[in-house]
Write a protein that binds this ligand. Structure first.
Ligand code: COA
Length: 333
């Protein structure tokens, strides 16, 4: 039996209606639209209504995905959900999404790799398809960052937003996920984390009073490591697949900061027209950025397009994944 690739056969996404603009943030913390835009490339981000949770966005996106791909929910074998802001600490959100969309025959689990979560989950999902046992795997990536951001901390609240994307993976003889390089360095915890709410420091009145449940970030080192990690793994995945950068149709970088995206593109000598970007109006949605980019650029994608996805995030975690696109994007729009 010949090995089947796992190909993306559909993509969908959900972002909340409510916008939080740079001008709104000017009223909340000491900052300016000019500072935020020139340092990050972000103009606005979306904020989910409190109380809805990640599974609400997952339900919306997966329902759209099923409709676009004309898939019945009972046919889904597995749902993987990449997130750091699931509905609850446990149980996982993948199964909350499954119950909401009627995926009664699916099992599922969450993957916590911060901004690299979707990349890790896509690679994991591909392995289940390649095993030959599973035929339809839904990979979800998204975060409700507004639930863990301190809106009095100007160094983090300007960057993050809420949003989620989802793809369907199915076996394919020709196209699909070809290769991935995933890396991690746990010593990066020092620079990017939420200190309390886990087993090491359970939530208490004191931790809440000190705001230790919010995202802490030391942006400078994160910036440098993000550029280094994404550039090196993209280069490596291109080389080990005997490709040249000219043959790559699209690079899909994690939308962390427009300056990071520009620096990676420039180090790799990729023209920005080939680099997917939507950070300006969505900000950094953590595990949501890669599938939301695919959703936004889907109408431009053609069968056989060579695409490299890359991400960097808390952990540290990072990597790059090479795939060939399987369908004419316009068919679905
Ligand atoms: N508005 C105005 N001033 C701000 C500000 C804001 N929102 N946030 C920080 N500043 C100030 C700082 O306090 C500092 O002031 P000081 O010089 O008086 O101390 C000054 O701006 C420069 O801060 P610095 O942290 O050096 O800015 P920067 O150019 O590195 O940009 C980040 C900060 C966070 C935008 C940038 O480091 C970054 O994007 N890092 C990567 C973060 C990331 O991608 N995280 C996602 C996970 S991958």
């Amino acid at each position: 039996m010949s090995r089947k690739n796992a190909a993306i056969t559909g993509v969908a996404g959900f972002v909340p209606e409510r916008k939080l603009t740079n001008h709104d943030l000017e009223q909340m913390v000491e900052t300016t639209d000019e500072w935020i835009y020139t340092r990050t490339g972000i103009k606005e981000r979306r904020i989910l209504e409190p109380g809805l949770g990640l599974s609400h966005m997952g339900e919306k996106a997966v329902n759209e995905l099923l409709q676009k791909t004309q898939t019945s929910p009972e046919d889904i074998d597995l749902i993987l959900c990449a997130t750091i802001t699931g509905d609850m600490i446990f149980p996982d959100t993948a199964n909350q999404i499954a119950v909401k969309v009627g995926a009664t025959n699916a099992f599922g689990f969450d993957i916590n790799a911060a901004c690299s979560g979707f990349l890790y989950a896509l690679h994991t999902g591909a392995k289940f398809i390649e095993s030959g046992t599973y035929k339809k795997v839904v990979v979800v990536g998204g975060d409700v960052m507004s639930s863990i951001i301190d809106y009095t901390d100007r160094t983090t609240c300007v960057i993050f937003g809420d949003g989620l994307g989802a793809v369907l993976l199915e076996p394919n003889d020709q196209y699909g996920i070809q290769d991935a390089i995933l890396q991690a360095d746990g010593s990066g915890v020092e620079y990017l984390h939420a200190k309390s709410g886990g087993s090491k420091m359970p939530t208490s009145e004191e931790t809440v009073a000190q705001g230790l449940h919010y995202v802490y970030q030391n942006g400078g080192p994160v910036f440098k490591r993000a550029v280094q990690g994404m550039s090196s793994t993209v280069k490596q995945v291109i080389e080990q697949n005997n490709l040249t950068k000219e043959e790559i149709d699209w690079v899909v970088p994690h939308q962390a900061n427009m300056r990071i995206i520009n620096t990676v593109a420039s180090q790799l000598d990729f023209p920005l027209e080939k680099v997917m970007q939507n950070i300006e109006y969505l900000g950094n949605t953590t595990a949501g950025t890669l599938p939301l980019c695919l959703r936004d650029y889907e109408p431009q994608l053609k069968p056989g397009d060579k695409i490299v996805l890359t991400a960097f995030g808390g952990g540290f975690t990072w990597g790059a994944l090479y795939l060939t696109w399987a369908y004419e994007g316009k068919n679905f729009s």
